[in-house]
Design a protein around this ligand. Sequence first.
Ligand code: NDP
Length: 495
Amino acid sequence: MVMLWSVGIWMRHKSAMAAVEPTVVTQRRTKGSSNGVGSSDETLGQWGRAWEVDWFSLTGVVLLLCLAPFIVFYFIMACDQYQCSVTEPLLDLYEGEGKAIFLSIWDRSPSFTWAAAKIYAIWVSFQVVLYMCLPDVTHKFLPGYVGGVQDGARTPAGLINKYQINGLQSWLITHALWFANAYHFHWFSPTIIFDNWIPLLWCTNILGYAVATFAFVKAYLFPTNAEDCKFTGNFFYNYMMGIEFNPRIGKWFDFKLFFNGRPGIVAWTLINLSYAAKQQELYGQVTNSMILVNVLQAIYVLDFFWNEAWYLKTIDICHDHFGWYLGWGDCVWLPFLYTLQGLYLVYHPVQLSATNAAGVLLLGLVGYYIFRMTNHQKDLFRRSDGNCTIWGRKPAYIECAYSSVDGQRHHSKLMISGFWGVARHLNYTGDLMGSLAYCAACGTGHLLPYFYIVYMTILLVHRCVRDEHRCHSKYGKDWTRYTDAVPYRLLPGVF
Ligand code: NDP
């Protein structure tokens, strides 16, 4: 998951780092697995957010709460009113009568409409129905796909939640209907998302704030699991970073899984398709850059749903509490800012030369390959406890040990073969290469499409640093042995 957002992530993880030795912990823990993965006995306090808030973090939280919605508004308005120039609105504000310019931008921006509210209500309700009412069947006929009911990672209180993994199925049904409508039924125009984009911004904000507020109140009044709640005593921090770890309604409606994947990530590819349809409508053709953005981002989105069960064990699900940061971020930040390239290409239809298009495609595919294979190698290594083959041979690793607060010693392994022997976070490097490819597809005419790579770089570099801080706290000198063996983080010889 996204960046002013990185400021939030930074605060969250600064908090997590600061909390490596918390004074209070919820209990009910059991022993970890033999390979240390998902161990409940990891150093306590690694999870999620802080128990106490310093003034610095609090200032960041309040700033983020106030500024993030304006950042989204700024980018979308820059496209709507300034042909996607990010500097012109600022220059206008600087050179002109600031307040008057701002009011004029505000006045000219499309407002909330009931038509958009209806579209959004139908969209979210449809995703809820797919999520709640259609148990996964795709895992029964798609070889290698893990769907259906799966276990999540152990929570700080020692629980293991069950999840209905059916994101791939929801994505497939949604997109089948989209294409059936576009090419056959014609119930609505495929440009519907673009045509209602700014009114939809208000609707997504309403849902984002509503869900964050509901989760906040729910944590006090009827938490799903009281032992997994964290209260700092500070209203703003609690509201933003969340109190409940895994808020649910009933047995299956898990807020994190639902809002993390749908409606935002399922919508990602539909939004791009709507942009492509708008290009077709306006210019009579879809440019190769638009096709590249659609294809490369669709690969990334499909990868997410194909590996949805695996994502249950990543930081987003295992460490974060559910508050405004996730609720609003998934509803607003992700769909509006992750799709800026496609939006830009509606205003600036870029037709790349064959060489440039091939270069972008190659960068995107190589990036995706590195990202996927690196994640896959670690998953395979950890699942088989090192009894597997990586690049044709048995993987080398460093044996490491760590202690849990009850004083018990546990053992784990850090692989130094395959991509994990080249650098310590090549999965992030691959992710960044893919992100750069989306941006490069838009040419060099404007800065706006490059927001994504700047954001992802901040996000993943920071993630890398604080993950290593966590690993160093966990493994001590064994981690140092590992960093001696694999000295670089993202780019061998550079960083
Ligand atoms: P990783 O999948 O890189 O997991 C890091 C953990 O793996 C470490 O904490 C450690 O955990 C273990 N580990 C580290 N080194 C080794 C090793 N050599 N051998 C075995 N285990 C090791 O981190 P994330 O969860 O952050 O990322 C998952 C994916 O999600 C990445 O590909 C990332 O690019 C992507 N992502 C995308 C985002 C987006 O917005 N598009 C946002 C964030 C992530 P342990 O304690 O078990 O030893």
